[in-house]
Design a protein around this ligand. Structure first.
Ligand code: NAD
Length: 488
């Protein structure tokens, strides 16, 4: 009898969940009407605060609730987060593009589905045991407590959801200080996690964020005693600030991924893979191909094949014109020196929009701008995050590897290679020392898209955790049972 009633309860829960999903699924047309950092289409977000100290208090309360949960309960919430993310991927994708002006809606939708499907949950936490003459020692993966997470504008909601799944799986709660230019999209994701928690029987407020995140609110978070771990995903500035905080930190920093194509590669496939990867979400992902080093014998064929895949070749004069638009002069306040920085108005924009800025009008079928340059060209040296791909000719594999390693700037982030020569592949992989090395595939294979391996949007090169997951957000605790508990 009790089994039947349990079944009925489960069925009712499933129906309620589906109804709640339907209510949450707004008509995409209405996305354009009403969104802010605190609400969306008349619904107020849960977990959004104006004061960082209050946000941290709320996250501390949430952590106490998570501490009481079984692993099964955490997993139930994670399942609900995955479901809501799948259902509302299109909303967050469109919100992200509308709010930031960057990227492509369809690609952002796919990124959310990747997060929902391939971010590891509690199964990622593995207990280890050591037994011997003196008994048993267990090492378990425990939560840190309240984690402070700083998130980027390039993958805003993707990072919030991916971090939330991994951090909750490890038993933590989270305070987010999102990028101010993507706060509405980020806070939509914070609210989604809280809705999922409530639906699955967890606390109403599980993760929190700010309505107006600033460098000041980030600073409060970085020095607050309740924050036991800081996680940041962004460029060099935030990594430097978080590493200087004196707290344990996981930092995911900038990249400038080079691609080498040698004479043994399948050139047709290499050209398509490179353009597919480089143009994914208009080059916003930190792992995306940023510059190509092509060996002399195959360079012209590679360019021709790229042109067949939606690439538009510009000459060196046009490349200089484009450089003067997509990079701007800024005077460094400390040194007084003028330096070139990327024009934020051009980051993540469509290729045809960028070309129009130098008077070249093409259709939407053009998805990438390619140009032949020297190694020293600013397009090679700067992380543009635009669908602009410089191609540098290399006389041989030695020169290609030397230039590619230099262009990566020691970020230890990501590099790619198209080759069938295992010696060349091994030599470049060894020399470049990146966290991710993708062979014969588009860059997004590196985060599990159409490839093996889990997904993450926080790739921690500077601090060494690599592709973060629940185990990165857990600390080890040891329990020793002396002289007993062996079974042999
Ligand atoms: P960004 O560096 O402008 O901002 C990232 C976050 O850091 C934002 O929330 C911002 O408000 C905050 N921030 C910046 N300076 C700070 C400081 N001094 N103190 C505290 N917070 C600070 O980056 P973005 O433009 O949003 O994202 C693009 C950059 O991030 C690129 O360099 C890209 O390579 C990198 N990125 C890396 C990864 C990764 O996994 N390694 C993922 C996504 C983006």
């Amino acid at each position: 009898m009790s089994e039947i009633s349990n079944l009925q309860v489960a069925q009712i829960e499933e129906i309620v969940r589906k109804v709640l999903h339907t209510i949450g699924n707004a008509n995409p047309e209405s996305i354009k009407k009403d969104f802010s950092s605190t609400g969306y289409n008349g619904r107020n977000f849960v977990g959004i605060y104006s004061d960082m100290n209050q946000a941290i208090d709320a996250a501390s309360k949430a952590y106490r609730a998570v501490r009481e949960m079984s692993v099964e309960q955490r997993e139930k919430i994670i399942t609900a987060i995955r479901e809501l993310t799948r259902n509302e991927a299109h909303i967050m994708a469109e919100l992200g593009v509308r709010e930031t002006g960057m990227g492509k809606v369809e690609h952002k939708r796919l990124k959310h589905l990747l997060v929902a499907d391939k971010t590891p949950g509690t199964e990622d936490l593995v207990t280890s045991a050591k037994t011997g003459d003196h008994g048993l020692t267990l090492v378990e993966m425990a939560p840190y407590g309240v984690i402070g997470s700083i998130t980027p504008s390039t993958n805003p909601s993707e990072t919030v959801i991916c971090n939330s799944i991994g951090m909750l799986a490890a038993g933590n709660s989270v305070v987010f200080n999102p990028h101010p230019n993507a706060v509405a999209t980020s806070n939509y994701a914070v609210d989604l996690v809280n809705r999922a928690s409530k639906m699955a029987g967890g606390p109403e407020v599980l993760v929190v964020s700010m309505d107006k995140p600033t460098l000041e609110s980030a600073a409060i978070m970085q020095s607050h005693p309740a924050i036991k771990l800081l996680v940041c995903t962004g460029g060099p500035g935030v990594v430097k600030a978080v590493l200087a905080s004196g707290k344990k930190a996981i930092c995911a920093g900038a990249g400038n991924p080079p691609v080498i194509v040698d004479e043994t590669a399948d050139i047709k496939k290499a050209a398509k893979d490179i353009i597919d990867g480089c143009t994914f979400d208009n080059n916003l992902p930190c792992i995306a191909e940023k510059e190509v080093f092509a060996l002399r014998p195959i360079k012209d064929e590679l360019i021709r094949e790229m042109q067949k895949n939606g690439a538009y070749l510009i000459n060196s004069i046009q490349a200089q014109q484009l450089a003067s638009v997509v990079l701007v002069d800024v005077t460094d306040k400390k040194t007084g020196k003028v330096k070139k920085v990327i024009n934020r108005e051009c980051v993540g924009r469509d290729a045809d929009v960028l070309l129009a800025k130098i008077g070249i009008n093409v259709g939407k079928d053009i998805r990438c701008i390619i140009c032949e340059t020297d190694f020293d060209h600013i397009f090679v040296q700067e992380e543009l995050m635009m669908p602009i791909l410089p191609i540098v000719e290399a006389a041989n594999i030695d020169e290609a590897i030397e230039m590619a390693v230099k262009a990566e700037h020691g970020n230890r982030h990501t590099a790619h290679m198209h080759s069938k020569n295992i010696d060349n592949l091994t030599r470049f992989a060894t020399a470049v020392e990146t966290t991710i090395f993708v062979k014969n595939a588009p860059s997004y294979a590196g985060i599990g898209f159409n490839a093996e391996g889990h997904a993450t949007f926080t790739i921690a090169g500077p601090t060494g955790e690599g592709l973060t997951s629940a185990r990165s957000f857990a600390r080890q605790r040891r329990c020793v049972m002396a002289d007993s508990f062996r079974i042999i």
